[in-house]
Design a protein around this ligand. Sequence first.
Ligand SMILES: *Cc1c(COP(=O)(O)O)cnc(C)c1O
Length: 417
Amino acid sequence: MKTPFVTLEKVNEIEKEFPTPFHLYDEKGIRENARRLHEAFAWNKGFREYFAVKATPNPYIMKILQEESCGFDCASYSELLLADKVGSKNIMFSSNATPDEDFILAYNNGAIINLDDFTHIEILDKLCGIPEIISCRYNSGGDFGVEAGNVMDSPGEAKYGFTKEQLIEGFKILKAKGAKQFGIHAFLASNTQTEEYYPVLAGMMFELAVEIKEKAGVELNFVNLSGGVGVNYLPDKKPQDIMKIGQGVKEKFEQIMTPAGLGDAAIYTELGRFMLAPYGHLITKVIREKKIYREYINTDACSVDLMRPALYKSYHHITVLGKENAELTQVYDVAGGLCENNDKFAIQRELPKVEIGDILAIHDTGAHGYAMGYNYNGKLKSAEILLCEDGSFKLIRRAETPQDYFKTFDFSEEFKF
Ligand SMILES: *Cc1c(COP(=O)(O)O)cnc(C)c1O
């Protein structure tokens, strides 16, 4: 069972000020979850979560996470500017195909640069010099699996990271060029559904750390397990137990790192989805209904507000607010208004009888939701609203207007809006 973090009553109150559709975030849930993560890794002295900014690039949300001891993982120039705006001193820069100006800004802002490729060592050296703290991203190649196919991904086909040989050679060079503190990073599977992912990944990374110590003479200061811990989008799945995950990583750490004299190394994470997805709803109103070969309900939100179903056929649970306990008597396709037939939030979904004017809460949209949006069909991006811990609410990004959409060609005399 999935229950929304907001009631119809509250949404009606919000809606009087800010019309639907909008993304709504649950401050209380975000804070409690961030505290659980820190508790799960409290055994590791240097532990830090660098929230993956791409998941929810909103400075108000970032500020909350910063108050909960998180740093930020940035991958682009604008994300670096955002982290800087929030005033963060803890920035990880995990980018790929990195432009010069991004390297320079990351360097100048004191971010820990996580190099994606062997050739980037020389590029960074020429641009800025090698910083004292440096990280390299590892690609293990082949396939990466956990627990009887529960996680299966193909790092061998992924564009990221160094091979092991490049990594060992790379650390020798970085050390010779004056780097003093070192780290490794790997992101090998996304939205994993087993508590085994991090421990298995950690085991692999810790063994690599030992090998790097032996072969490159470099003692790692941190191991960055990156993102990939998933959430239970499906209502019959249980959320992952982060305490169990933290314990699993601890066991590997004590087995591998401590005996190798690497017991002071810090564990870093770059979780995005796990930090935010469950604490966001896309709130949308039913504006039309139609019956042809299937029954449709049409919402004022569409794929531009939440691309995941169109892009990956992802399941997002839907609650009809105020009808939480009503019987599921109907089967609908829940569709937006784009001229694209994949613009459906749900396909053949069992729901209670829906009426025009009903408000839907689409679940687990707090990460990779608003962030992936776009302006296809001239659709405008929605507002983002924070449901504060004390029950009040706050606009944290206004909805776009047509003027926003026209802004980028408004410079010409020919097309002034
Ligand atoms: C996307 C990404 C993350 C976050 O991934 P989640 O699946 O949201 O946890 C972390 N690090 C890097 C480098 C990424 O690209």
